[in-house]
Design a protein around this ligand. Structure first.
Ligand code: AMP
Ligand code: GLY
Length: 421
């Protein structure tokens, strides 16, 4: 099978790494890819937000199967264009991708499905949003309705903070994404991520994870795209996962199908768990980044078979071959991230890192210049390892992170602390 993966981050490197291990993969192209991906697959320069271009590229390269990594091409309808052209694709339609692209849409679906989530209000002007905040009090959560690259959520500790966030959003801070605002009850509990595949009918759980969103040790400092993750998430016990499936995920999928927009792809449910009861924080219509790195490390080559079965509507006959293992990934980021940071710094020591079925340094933001690997993004590398225990996986991953010679980078020292006790 000739496969095309769309995207350029650590998630896509992990997807490519898993796909390459599957003997059914004859040829793999990743567009646009990065310097790490280029070591294991062909990379192609392609505007992945342009569905017409992606279809033409797939046809010219005899691609049998396209895996879409990030949310932006999904929201832009790239999976729809591929399906219309008769090309097999893993990833939901633009209509179904609204589960991530519109928070008010997701809330409406949850209401219709009876899925437990935070109480909310949906506003199109600042005055009524502020009146709602004053009536509810703080803490309270203010969210831009649309895609805001993970930055459109403000947890306001005071009413004044919430009012300022409302002004910022309606003032255009997040562009069109903030033209509508959702205001939510602040939920307490422990957060975890639950990943399922869905082919429009069958829902198949493929793993759980927890990430560390804050930049600093002890979960301090500003929010980031994620500084590390591990799988499985101990808080998502079998009993909690069953409740999440029965009360949240399956009713949502059924409601999507009922509305004529069956969901096909991976659904990432962000859950808040308290006293064994899960509530939905948000849906994402893609794998998480860096959560995909730990999921792929655990699933290995079967990940491709599962995504392929999902795309072909054969999930009913698919089985996950579960291993009793643990995986962890440590994000190496550029100094200054998530604020301003420098790019172009040379990274050494990568060639000496182990590359096994249990240890891999995925690249998230790198390029090759004059034969050397340089940093090109905020999150740059993901030292990822697997072990019989989380402690073993952690020791392996940190040994890799320590061995990387990159003066311009940093990483958290406590990834996994909650699960390691
Ligand atoms: P989101 O972009 O919706 O994932 O929100 C980013 C983060 O904000 C989540 O991962 C949670 O940590 C937090 N968050 C979002 N909504 C709520 C809520 N209603 N209550 C508590 N925390 C929330
Ligand atoms: N790590 C969080 C996300 O991918 O949305």
């Amino acid at each position: 099978m000739n496969i095309l993966i769309l995207g350029s981050g650590g998630r896509e490197h992990a997807l490519a790494w898993a796909v390459m291990q599957n003997p059914k993969c004859d040829k793999l192209i990743v567009a646009p890819g990065n310097a790490g991906i280029a070591r294991i697959a062909a990379c192609a320069d392609l505007d992945i937000l342009d569905g017409g271009l992606v279809v033409t590229f797939a046809e010219e390269n005899a691609i049998d199967f396209v895996i879409v990594g990030p949310e932006a091409p999904l929201a832009a309808g790239v999976a729809d264009r591929l399906r219309e052209a008769g090309i097999l694709v893993f990833g939901p339609s633009a209509a179904a991708a609204r589960l991530e692209a519109s928070k008010s849409f997701t809330k409406e679906i949850c209401d219709a499905a009876g899925a437990p989530t935070a109480a909310y209000g949906h506003f199109t002007d600042a005055a009524s949003a502020k009146a709602h905040v004053r009536a509810q009090g703080a803490p309270i959560v203010v969210k831009a309705d649309g895609l805001a690259a993970g930055k459109g959520v403000i947890i306001a500790q005071t009413v004044a903070e919430a009012e300022a966030a409302i002004d910022d959003m309606f003032g255009g801070q997040f562009g069109a994404a903030g033209a509508e605002v959702v205001i939510e009850e602040f939920m307490e509990g422990e957060e975890a991520s639950f990943f399922v595949l869905c082919d429009g009918e069958t829902v198949l759980p493929i793993g759980t994870a927890q990430d560390h969103k804050r930049v600093g040790d002890g979960d301090t400092g500003p929010n980031t795209g994620g500084m590390g993750a591990y799988s499985p998430a101990p808080v998502l016990t079998d009993a909690v996962a069953k409740r999440a499936l029965d009360e949240i995920v399956r009713p949502t999928m059924a409601e999507m199908t009922r509305r004529g927009m069956p969901y096909r792809g991976v659904l990432y449910a962000g859950l808040m768990i308290r006293d064994g009861a899960p509530r939905l924080v948000e849906y994402n219509v893609r794998f998480g980044d860096p959560e995909a790195q730990v999921l792929m490390m655990r699933l290995g080559a079967q990940a491709m078979d599962l995504m392929h079965a999902c795309a072909e509507g054969r999930l009913r006959e698919a089985r996950v071959n579960w291993a009793d293992d643990h995986a962890i990934t440590i994000v190496l980021a550029a100094r200054g991230y998530p604020g301003a940071y420098e790019t172009g710094g040379v990274i050494g020591g990568l060639d000496a890192l182990p590359e096994t079925s249990s240890e891999m340094c995925f690249h998230a933001g790198t390029a090759e210049r004059d034969g050397r690997i340089v940093a090109t993004g905020g999150r740059v590398l993901n030292a990822t390892a697997r072990g019989a225990t989380l402690a073993e996986a952690r020791d392996r991953a940190y040994a890799m992170a320590e061995a990387i010679d990159w003066p311009g980078g940093f990483f958290r020292r406590d990834i996994g602390w909650r699960a390691l006790g």
